[in-house]
Design a protein around this ligand. Structure first.
Ligand SMILES: [Zn+2]
Length: 151
């Protein structure tokens, strides 16, 4: 009689990683929420800036999502995960948002943003994707928890 702590859709290969992801999520989400709230506040005051990386997939995701979709996600989205690279002192946050297609129809959207610990007013959009189409098996039903890391 044990309730699965991750999801009912768990990849057996990735079970431990998914568990570690969830623990990390629980531990650092509050920090990401504070960082996002702070950025949003400063962004509205035009004291913070959002940049776009020279990511190879830039054109590819621009076909699926507009720059205003991305801006909306940063202003109204919520964080689902935070990574911290100790060596580079860089923070990466996965933001979850939805794009309205028509009445009662929304498309999920993940925006991965990054910033250096010392410049929290300068965020770079690293990538954007729809988790329900790209590698959808990696996510739970709400697309807010990574349950599989297989490609
Ligand atoms: Zn897996």
């Amino acid at each position: 009689m044990s309730e699965d702590p991750v999801s009912d859709r768990v990849c057996t290969i990735c079970r431990d990683r998914a568990e570690a992801w969830k623990l990390s999520q629980e531990r650092f989400l509050g920090k990401a929420e504070n960082e996002l709230a702070c950025f949003q506040e400063r962004y509205k005051l035009k004291k913070a800036r959002l940049m776009y990386s020279e990511h190879a997939g830039l054109r590819q995701w621009q076909r699926a999502f507009s720059v205003s979709n991305i801006r909306e996600a940063v202003i109204h989205g919520f964080p689902i995960y935070r990574y911290y690279d100790k060596k580079l002192k860089e923070v990466k946050i996965i933001l979850m948002s939805y794009v309205k297609l028509q009445a009662m129809e929304y498309r999920p959207m993940h925006v991965v943003v990054g910033f250096h610990e010392q410049t929290p007013d300068l965020w770079t959009v690293i990538t954007v994707y729809d988790p329900s189409t790209e590698k959808h098996w990696q996510w739970n039903d709400q697309f807010d928890q990574k349950v599989c890391f297989c490609d």
